[in-house]
Design a binder for this molecule. Sequence first.
Ligand code: UD1
Length: 467
Amino acid sequence: MAEGTPILHSNPSSNNHASFEADSSILKIVGGHRLSGEVRVSGAKNSALVIMAGTLLCPQDCRLRNVPSLMDVSRMSEILASLGVKLKRHGDTLEVDARHISQSKAPYELVSQLRASFFVIGPLLARLGVARVPLPGGCAIGARPVDLHVRGLQAMGADVQIEHGTVYAYVPGSNKRLKGARIYLDYPSVGATETLMMAATLADGETILENAAQEPEVIDLANFCRAMGARIRGAGTNTIIISGVPSLHSVDYSIIPDRIEAGTFLVAGAITRSDITVGPVVPDHLAAVVAKLQAIGTTVVEEGLNRLRVVPGDRHIGTDIETLPYPGFPTDMQAQFTALLAVSEGDSIITETVFENRLRHAAELNRMGADIRVKGNNAIIRGVPFLSGAPVNATDLRASAALVLAGLAAQGTTLISGLHHLDRGYDNLEAKLKAVGAKIDRIVGEAPAPSVDVVATTTRPRTDGLS
Ligand code: UD1
C-alpha cells in the first residue's frame, strides 16, 4: 500500500475541527449578502460510508477516490480500523487494505456515534461467516430500527440473535457461506438494501431483492461491488438480482458527487436570490429537488453535462412537498426547503413520511421569525417577507444546513451552535460558502447562550395562538 497519512493519527476532516471543538463552537453568519460564482461539490457522504463498509468484502487493496472530508467518514475509518483494516488517506483518496480482518465485533462506542456503521454487518457476515455489531440505537431524527436488515440476513441462512444490545449473526454450516434468497422488503430501506446487497455478493447462489431502494447511492454501491467482480443486475430499479461469486478482487473506484450537498447549495442560491453554479453533479439525481425549486419560481439550468446553475425568480411562491424514497423528494433536503419556503409567499405544507421526528428545525426557524406550525408529520408554513438573525441551535445534520441557509438570507447576524451535526456531513461548508461571497465565520470556543434581549428582539410574535 502506498505511503500516506495513517487515518487514525490525523483528523481527516478538512473542516479541521475536532468534534469537541465543534461542540463548543458557533457559526456566525451575517445575512443578506448575495452570492456569486461556482461551488464545488464533494463526494457523496452516503455512498462513501457504505462503500467504505463494502471494502470489508475485498481481500485485496481498495482505492476510493472522491471521498469527502467529514466527521462521519473519519468515524467509519475508526470502525474499520478497530476490525483490523488498514487505512491511509491522501487528499480525497482513501487506500483501504482489508486483507486481514482481526475482529468480527464492532465496538459500541464507535457504532453508537455513527448509525451507518451498522452497514459492516453484511460484509463481515459474507466474508467471515460471523459478525457482532451493537444495535446503533435511535438518533435525532427517529428510532431507526434494523429489523429489515436482520430479517433479510436470516432469509439468507444467517442465525441472528439480539442479546444485550448487540446483534450476533453467524452462518451455520462448514462452508460459512450465506445462501441466495428471494427477499421482499416491506419498505424500500436504503440501508437494508445495501446490507443485503453486500451480503449477497459472496453468497452461494442468487439473491433477489424486491421492493429495493433505488437511491443513487445504492447504484454507486452496486457499481463499486461490480468493479470488484460482483455480479449484480437491476440496481436503480426496485428489483436487484445478485449472483454470488466465491471472492472479490482489488478495485480503484471514484464516488459519485453528493446530491444532498449540491441541493443544499442550490437552495443557498435561491434563498439569497443569487445566481450561482454548482458542480460536479449528476443532474438526474437532483430531478425532484430541481422540480420543487422551479415550482417555487427559481430557474435551474444545466450548464454542460455536470453543473447546475440556479437563477432566482422575481417572486418565490410557496409549494407543498412530501418526502418519499427515491425518485421522490429526498428527506435529506426537507429541512433546507423548509427554510426556503419560510420566506416564499403564501402557504406551504411539508409532509415528512420517511422519518418520524424530522421537523425540529421548525422551532429554530421560528426563532428567526418564520411562521411554521408542526402538526404530527406536517409542517404548515406561512411565508414571511424576511427572517431576522438570531442565536439558534442545530438539532440534526440537515437541520444545521437549514439554519445556515436561513442565516444567509436573514437580516442581521445569526449564531448557530450544535455544529457537531454540521461537521458530520458537510465537507468544508464555510470555506465553500465564503468563496462565493457569504459572510460566514466559525468562532472556536464556548457557544454563548442566547441572551434574553436578543431573543426578545429577534423572535416575531406568533399570530396563531400557538407560540
Ligand atoms: C439512509 C441515509 C439517510 C437518508 C435515508 C433515507 C445513509 C448513511 N443514510 O438512511 O441520509 O435520510 O437513507 O433516504 O445512507 N426502517 C425500518 N427498519 C429497517 C430499516 C429502516 O423500519 O430495518 C425505516 C427507518 O426507521 C426509516 C425508513 O425505514 O423510517 C427509511 O430508512 P432507511 O431508508 O433505511 O434509511 P437509512 O438507510 O437509515
